[in-house]
Design a protein around this ligand. Structure first.
Ligand SMILES: Cc1cc2nc3c(=O)[nH]c(=O)nc-3n(C[C@H](O)[C@H](O)[C@H](O)COP(=O)(O)OP(=O)(O)OC[C@H]3O[C@@H](n4cnc5c(N)ncnc54)[C@H](O)[C@@H]3O)c2cc1C
Ligand code: FES
Length: 282
């Protein structure tokens, strides 16, 4: 006979928990950040870099990174979502107080314990900031435990900068080095212009004591990683988060598989050294 605990564990992998949207704030033309609370009162208990499977009743499920940091959880968590299709579109149309389904948290997290005492270079491109924000705020909330904190942020245009209030706070801190760029500046834009890659050589780092954490669109990884390697970063001090089409999120359906690796379970966060044989991944 299968023990009840095994049945419960399996059911909890596949059965969404009902949760309530308690706040929604527009970030951009197609992006909103949702504050969500599990109706059971259970804390999500995530680590930066992990994701949930979010379901909109009657529509389906989508994997979404947890954008808030555990240090600011307060019994709820935040998902920042760009509207691109069925599930994300239906989510954007929901009212405050609406119910959604949540499975997770799933996947690997950023190796924050290994980063303690080290310098950290964050490179966020576009909505790569959504998962990275969780780690950045976790590190800033434990600021004394880390060395230099350097944040490089890139967006397509000033209007596509996300979490602008937080960007300004990070920029204003004297214990954070912050550089920002946009691909297509307008007349109001006073900072760097162009893609994010040229910001990397502008920063001087001691690569041996620094972690480089890169999250952004697929095209960005290749060039940022090249620059990081030019600066002397070794492959296991470069951390990336990969996005793949996912269904189950728990290593059962094979949708996210690349060369035998399940991105939903073995990732989405990887050391670059562990992705070298995932040839199509980066
Ligand atoms: C681990 C992980 C974390 C993610 N975190 C976030 C996040 O924090 N915020 C966020 O906005 N999005 C995130 N995504 C992407 C998000 O899952 C997709 O945008 C979503 O699944 C689209 O679902 P949909 O039903 O709205 O779109 P669909 O109706 O299924 O598709 C609409 C369009 O989006 C494209 N699309 C569908 N799924 C994906 C996908 N996984 N990646 C890229 N394009 C896709 C389709 O080709 C189609 O063109 C994440 C994806 C993964 C795998
Ligand atoms: S999404 Fe099903 S195995 Fe990864």
């Amino acid at each position: 006979m299968i023990p009840q605990s095994a049945i419960d564990a399996r059911r909890s992998l596949y059965t969404p928990e009902i949760a309530t949207i308690t706040r929604a704030e527009r970030l951009g033309e197609r992006e909103k950040v949702f504050t969500i609370r599990l109706d059971s009162g259970r804390s999500l208990g995530h680590k930066p870099g992990q994701f949930v499977e979010l379901s909109v009743l009657g529509m389906g499920e989508a994997p979404i990174s947890i954008s808030s940091s555990p240090s600011r959880s307060n019994g709820s968590f935040e998902l920042a979502v760009r509207e691109v299709g069925n599930v994300t579109g239906a989510l954007h149309r929901l009212e405050l107080g609406a119910k959604v389904g949540i499975r997770g948290p799933f996947g690997t997290s950023f190796p924050i314990e290994d980063m303690i005492g080290r310098d950290i270079l964050f490179v966020a491109g576009g909505i790569g900031l959504f998962p990275l924000r969780s780690l950045i705020n976790e590190v800033l909330d434990g600021r004394g435990g880390f060395g230099r904190v350097i944040i490089l942020c890139g967006a397509k245009s000033p209007a596509e900068r996300m979490f602008t209030g937080e960007l300004e706070q990070w920029k204003a801190r004297d214990d954070v080095e912050f550089l920002e760029t946009v691909d297509r500046p307008d007349e109001s834009w006073k900072a760097n212009a162009g893609v994010i890659t040229p910001l990397v050589p502008k920063i001087s780092v001691e690569a041996a004591r620094t972690y480089c954490v890169v999250v952004g669109p697929p095209i960005m990884y290749k060039f940022v990683i090249l620059e990081a390697k030019r600066k002397g970063f070794c492959d296991d001090h470069i951390i990336v988060s990969l996005e793949r089409r996912m269904k189950c999120g728990v290593g059962k359906c094979g949708h996210c598989q690349i060369n035998g690796v399940y991105v939903c379970q073995d990732g989405p966060v990887f050391r670059y050294s562990d992705t070298l044989y995932l040839q199509e991944a980066l």
